[in-house]
Design a protein around this ligand. Structure first.
Ligand code: HPA
Length: 270
């Protein structure tokens, strides 16, 4: 893996990705942040050596380097999911690349279902902790200890200082920002009523299909991490309606201006 990482980093440095401070994974609900970036360089994922091979859905994925709020950022426009058939090492390879390019902080967004029924669709949730239900670990491979501590510490995977700042920004701007535990599942199917009940019992406030692998690897690399979910549906097992993906996407878009404001203000403060 080290040789692949070096090759990819050399390629990106050659393309002008010279000194990013912060990495951002634009998930659902934050895609439009890309329009706020003064772009210095950008490359499609399918041109980047050793990046996971693009799937059909993936033709738009690209890595962007530029300035936002006077900060040098490297941005993943589109992410890889285990449900697309990638391995957890594939899903997290870009995090290792961003770290080698120089980032010290990783900011992540995603869409999630609300397990905690005090949280409503269209609202945002700051991830305070997580539960990995993807059945494996992105650190479960031979040679991982050449890249960091195999038994990576997960006592505080999300940066408390950044989270406090996020909370302050939210209250100053009248944005509802819950705080909670995010459980990551494989997907792509949504959960059954019994699974939603289980998720509640084990302490999840929200459920989604991403983020946890990237956060584990970011912690493996000692990066500071923060992540925000946009809650797109309410997972009430006693009143569950059939899933409506258009509805999920609509709620994610509705929350997008708040999400963008939070991230831009946070970048000013870092
Ligand atoms: N479950 C899993 N992933 C999701 C959900 C959900 O209810 N909503 C948005 N992403």
């Amino acid at each position: 893996m080290i040789k692949f990482i070096e090759e990819t980093v050399d390629y990106l440095k050659d393309k002008g990705f010279d000194s990013p401070e912060i990495g951002i994974i634009l998930g659902t609900g934050l895609g439009q942040l890309i329009n706020e970036i003064e772009i210095i360089a950008q490359v499609s994922y399918n041109h980047i050596p050793n990046f996971p091979t693009a799937t059909v859905e993936f033709h738009k994925g690209k890595l962007v380097y530029g300035n936002i709020e006077d900060k040098k950022v490297v941005v993943m426009q589109g992410r890889f999911h285990i449900y697309e058939g990638y391995t957890l090492q594939d899903v997290t390879f870009p995090v290792r690349i961003m770290e080698k390019l120089g980032i010290k902080t990783l900011l992540v967004s995603n869409a999630a279902g609300a397990i905690n029924l005090n949280f409503k669709k269209g609202e945002l949730m700051l991830i305070d902790d997580h539960i990995n239900l993807q059945g494996s670990s992105p650190l479960a491979f031979k040679g991982v200890s050449e890249l960091g501590e195999r038994f990576a510490d997960m006592s505080a995977p999300y940066d408390a200082k950044i989270n406090t700042t996020f909370k302050k920004i939210a209250s100053k701007n009248n944005i509802t920002l819950h705080k909670g535990v995010y459980a990551s599942v494989v997907g792509p199917q949504l959960e059954t009523r019994a699974e939603y009940r289980m998720l509640k019992i084990i302490g999840a406030d929200a459920v989604g299909m991403s983020t946890v692998p990237e956060v584990i690897v970011a912690n493996h690399l000692n990066l500071k991490v923060a992540a925000v979910s946009v809650l797109t549906d309410e997972c009430d097992p006693d009143n569950l309606e059939p899933v409506n993906i258009d509805d999920i996407i609509a709620h994610a878009s509705k929350a997008e201006p708040n999400m963008i404001l939070l991230f831009k203000e946070l970048l000013k403060s870092i």
